[in-house]
Write a protein that binds this ligand. Sequence first.
Ligand code: GLA
Length: 394
Amino acid sequence: MDTKNILKGYQDIFNEKAEKLFFSPGRINLIGEHTDYNGGNVFPCAISLGTYAAFGNRNDRKIKMFSENLPDKGIIDFSLDDLDYKKEDDWANYPKGMIYFITQAGHKLDHGFNLYIHGNLPDGAGLSSSASIELLMGTVLNDAYSLNIDQLDLVKMGQKDENDFIGVNSGIMDQFAVGMGKENQAILLDTNTMEYHYAPVELGNNVIVIMNTNKHRALADSKYNERRSQCEAALALLQTKLNIKSLGELSIDEFDRNSYLINDDILIRRARHAVFENQRTLKAIKYLKENNLIEFGKLVNASHISLHYDYEVTGIELDTLVEAAWEQDGVLGARMVGAGFGGCAIAIVDKDKIDDFQINVGKIYKEKIGYEADFYIAEISNGPSEISISKVEK
Ligand code: GLA
């Protein structure tokens, strides 16, 4: 990414030089999908694609934001004294929500600012562009106003922004992965206890390829909320006899012995995914630590199968990419990532086979779906940070 262009963009729009520059990553998830709102484990990592912001202080109480990705929206303008959600503020509601929750928490912002945004995460691809911009805004404010907010509190405010400001009932995984990311490390997070551990992603001669269906996650939010309530309904039925707070507390055996309490085709399948995926995630991490990449890859595949048959969030585009990936030489495993219904999948692929992999999978996809898929090599990166302007300008 040419960060010089972002500084130039800021200058063109606001007629002054930017004072600070920041970056916030996107995320992928290696395994543990649709478990974060079920008290289960997730295993995501931050990636080097993400969102940049150039920042400058203002003397008044105005906030002005411009996104290079959505130039038609122009400069979005609001005041520190009116931080309510407004439909016409469009994409800027994501960062606005962070400002809202930060000031609600008692932090004082005594003047406004200008912000110029550029993101290189593919649009609507399920790589968490929203969490990326939320944590970006949190990091900018934390740094520029010396607020000293703990990183985990920023992560939680990001989720609050998503849930209570934007209105998507998502779990904590995306904001956590973005906010707590570490280079070459994935994060095992138990969403029940919020305990977490970093685990090096050592894949030998393999790399992680991100495969973008280029299908927008249309209706994803409503179907996401539907899955969530189905899991809650299954949990309520189990709770008639079991003393549990979430599906994540159940072993496979406990689920098996008690699924008669659910006794409904759809609800059993949804809950089975949540329980199995949670256990699968713990096994997968064990295999990765033991450097047993073959078994790790098989669990990655199993995750996709479960998301397809039991959770029903894959769809023809994701299935086509993943199934085509499974057929290729040098592939350890492949699965969809994020909410599903379009967006991206990942494949763990032998470095020496990457070219053939992309050509073959790309061809199968184009023939079946009618348009192209995109491929990127994932670099596992750090969480949000300031970028030194003087280094960029050198
Ligand atoms: C979306 C949500 C996350 C998580 C995933 C599915 O990305 O924002 O909280 O639920 O879907 O694992």
